[in-house]
Design a protein around this ligand. Structure first.
Ligand code: PRT
Ligand code: ZN
Length: 297
């Protein structure tokens, strides 16, 4: 294949991952001009283009070298490795992206007794994930019938085509609506940045490197807050002990108030009202919690 000098990222054309994936790329400073057929989006600033496809096609496109990276659910990536991708190049999960969270679980009809996996022996399980389910059964030495369905897996037990199902669960609402209950979790999933095991050695490798750094910054700030407050000098130790996790805080003098300090701390994750109230009680005032927009370590 002719070497490309622009990076190409595959993402879902239309579905649950589309909006958050595009938002994430935008936050990394990547913007795109959408083409008329909406399959290919040309990158405006950086040499990075998008290919909009069905999520199931993403691992294959990376394996074939049509795309350099892809944003896809771990569930789809892992399933590909066990099925269509077997014998092909190994794909790597470069970064977990923190959206599209769900789990691949086995669920049984509510009235079916279930205490342990051995009870699935000889049963029929409907799924769109035969690779992952097959592997899970093999690891436990279980022999169960895997009924592969493209969709509407949850109605299989009612139709009598399966005794149990193995499908994605998020809130659990679909299971409840179909009188099923979750009994085993096979995989915790979220959207991931997928790519080949090793980076290309040309400019695309450099571009991926840059993108990964920006991505790390974006993911980190998404979960970061900047905490500003004024502790009195004598309460400083007590206040610092109560700060949520993060790097060492910065301390500055406050003009005209020798007993006061200005403290600035980066916190990983939310800072709750309760935490603020406790810090205040320990001897701080003028407290602000600010979102962080960009960060480059
Ligand atoms: O057209 P294309 O093939 O691209 O889209 P798709 O229909 O295959 O995918 P889509 O958009 O439904 O999901 C894309 C990805 O989102 C999945 O591969 C998962 O990684 C992730 N994701 C997160 C989910 C869910 N949550 C989810 N709840 N994918 C599917 N579901 C379905 C699930 O299959 C079940 O039918 O939602 C139902 C369960 O939801 P709850 O909330 O009722 O438990
Ligand atoms: Zn799909």
């Amino acid at each position: 294949m002719k070497p490309r000098d622009r990076l190409r990222i595959a993402m879902q054309k239309s579905g649950r991952l589309t909006e958050p994936a595009l938002d994430l790329l935008n936050r990394c400073g990547l913007t795109f001009r959408q083409s008329r057929d909406k399959l290919f989006c040309f990158g405006e600033g950086e040499p990075v283009d998008l290919l909009l496809v069905r999520d199931d096609d993403i691992p294959g496109l990376i394996a074939q070298g049509v795309c350099d990276l892809g944003i896809v659910g771990r569930n789809v990536l892992s399933e590909y490795q066990y099925t269509a991708g077997q014998g092909g190049p190994e794909l790597a999960e470069w970064r977990p992206l923190g959206f599209g969270r769900c789990r691949l679980s086995i669920a049984v009809p509510q009235e079916m007794a279930y205490d342990e996996a051995a009870q699935l022996q000889g049963r029929r399980i409907a799924t769109s994930y035969p690779g992952l389910l097959g592997q899970w059964l093999r690891e436990r030495g279980l022999d169960a019938g895997v009924v592969t369905l493209a969709g509407s897996v949850e109605i299989a037990p009612r139709l009598g085509t399966a005794d149990a199902i193995c499908d994605l669960v998020q809130s659990g609402g679909t299971l409840v609506a179909n009188q099923l209950r979750e009994v085993e979790v096979l995989l915790e999933s979220e959207a991931v940045l997928a790519g080949p095991q090793s980076l290309p050695t040309d400019e695309r490798g450099d571009m991926i490197d840059l993108l990964l750094k920006r991505l790390d910054g974006v993911i980190q700030v998404r979960e970061s807050r900047l905490l500003l407050l004024q502790p009195s000098r004598h309460a400083l130790d007590a206040v610092i002990r109560l700060l949520p996790g993060g790097p060492q805080p910065t301390l500055l003098p406050v003009a005209g108030q020798p007993d006061q300090l200005m403290l600035q701390a980066l916190c990983a994750g939310e800072v709750s009202w309760r935490q603020l109230e406790e810090i205040k009680k320990a001897g701080a005032r003028e407290m602000f919690v600010l979102p962080v927009e960009k960060m480059l370590a």
